[in-house]
Structure formats: structure tokens, C-alpha cells
Design a protein around this ligand. Sequence first.
Ligand SMILES: [Zn+2]
Length: 210
Amino acid sequence: MTQDTVNLKTAMARTVRELYRAGLFGPSSGNASVRVGEDAVLITPQGLFKGGLQARDLVLVDLSGRVREGNGVPSRETPLHLAVYHACPDTGAVIHSHPPMATALGLYDLPVRAVTLEALTFLELPVVEFFPPGSVELAQNVALALRGAPAALMRNHGAVTRGRDLRHAADLTHALEATCRSLVLVRMLGGEPATIPGPFETAARGGADP
Ligand SMILES: [Zn+2]
């Protein structure tokens, strides 16, 4: 194992614990993967407590899902992760989370409004219909949805983000949940919310640190 892979495992375990602490992963739900070189993916295992995940728990699989390294069983959603890498070759990391606000929003067909700077990233937010967890249908439909967007909601289930690297995918997961929280609050407050005016949207989207 190269030093890069060791560092990647450490970073990934830390990120999974972070997402658990933030309430975006459940004790045994949510999964993450990161690309390792051209033909392998590091992915979270099934069945372990996400709040205590360690680098040694992670599993290395090839792009057909065969285990190359690790003692655990790869995530049940491994087909979903692999389908996203196949469909979106510029993807470096994929995170499937169970964020409460994003999951609630995914039960409805509501457009994302430009209510905050964070929301601008998710103005195109596809909602994938319900398919059983781990199914080929779920994998294919999520991959299709992510071709044109950094995130998608999975109806009655959760959300998925894809980023250029692990940090980017995790940041998108946090930002998606913050956006959905704002949208749910706006809906509860009622009335018509103020939105970022159209001419400013493009400029605001280009901001490095909104
Ligand atoms: Zn799930």
C-alpha cells in the first residue's frame, strides 16, 4: 500500500466520523468512496458504527466491485458509487448520506430557490424516485441524475453528492443539508421568500468562499 493510500484511508475515516457527528450519517447508514488511481475505489464497509470508523476498516475494490484489500464487506451501495464513477469520469469522491432536511425535501417536488448563497450550487437538484437500496435501478438512476449536477436527492431515502475529491464531496453534503434546512424553514414561515436577484446569481456562484 502506498503512502498516498494510507493518507487517503485516514482522511476518509475522519470524514465519515465528521459526517456522523453532523447528523448526516446514521450509526450504520451512509457510505462514502474515493477514487484511488485509475482503476480502484476505497469504500466504507457494511455494518460498522460510522461514528467510530477507522482507516483499517475501509475496503479497496476495483471498478467492478471486486475486493482487492480489506477484511470488511463493501458497502451495500457499492454499485451506486461505481455507477457514478462510470457515468461522471471527473468524479473523485462520492458520498451517500441520510441528511434529515434534504431527505424531507426529497419527498416533495419543490424547486430549489436562490434563498442563500449556498443554494446557488443546487438550483438544479434532481430527485431520484424510490428504488430499493443496493439495487441496480437505484445505481443507474442516481448516476444518470448526477451527470448534470453535483448532488441528487433519493426519494424516501437520502442524498448523494459527487466531488472532485473527498473534501469537496463532504463540503457539498454539508452545504446541501444547510440549503435544504433553509428551504424547509422558508416553507414553514410561509409567504414568498426574498431570493438573490438573477443578475447577481452568476457573480455569486463564482465566489470562492460564499
Ligand atoms: Zn442509504
